[in-house]
Design a protein. Structure first.
Ligand code: HEM
Length: 147
């Protein structure tokens, strides 16, 4: 079969700058691998603003902003659980679980870093984990005190 017959063009949500070309659509062929940059979408300053790296739950107080609503999403205008027919079916359970865990941790314990914040970075290998820069180990040194 002529390879071109299997091609279809899909509009991009945002135009994309590729070197000096502005791309408005891209063609995907059956069998192509597509990488979805979840972390980059969730932290894009164009979408979230200058404070895009800050932990600010209050940014959702008035709902999802128009720009964030343009991300294909099932939860909070983020790409965390993706979207569409293969989006995460466990996302409500995952969010509930995290809320319950955080509620008990914050209420019952004081948690401090046992290392300077600059010594920690996030590294991805299947999942993203905290890594100590100086020795490259996946760990998060903390001091937990019951309150
Ligand atoms: C923070 C926790 C979680 C995150 C960030 C997460 C994220 C995701 C993402 C991004 C996908 C889409 C994968 C893809 O399209 O290739 C997915 C799919 C899926 N997730 Fe989750 N997930 C989480 C927790 C859970 C839990 C707790 C369950 C079950 C109890 C679950 C069950 C599933 C299943 C079954 C799929 C496949 C859906 C399909 O292909 O139709 N997930 N998840």
């Amino acid at each position: 079969m002529d390879r071109r017959e299997t091609r279809s063009s899909k509009s991009l949500t945002f135009p994309h700058l590729f070197f000096s070309l502005l791309i408005f659509s891209c063609r995907i062929v059956k069998g192509d691998h597509v990488f979805i940059p979840i972390l980059a979408l969730n932290r894009d300053p164009e979408i979230w603003g200058d404070d895009h790296l800050e932990f600010k739950p209050e940014r959702w107080l008035d709902g999802v902003t128009t720009k964030a609503a343009s991300i294909p999403s099932v939860f909070a205008g983020t790409a965390t659980f993706l979207a569409g027919p293969h989006s995460c079916i466990g996302y409500r359970f995952a969010v509930l679980e995290m809320k319950a865990l955080l509620f008990h941790l914050i209420r019952g314990f004081k948690i401090d870093l046992d290392i300077s914040p600059g010594e920690i970075e996030a590294r991805s290998s299947v999942v993203t984990r905290p890594t100590v820069r100086s020795d490259g180990t996946n760990r998060l040194p903390i001091i937990v005190t019951a309150v």
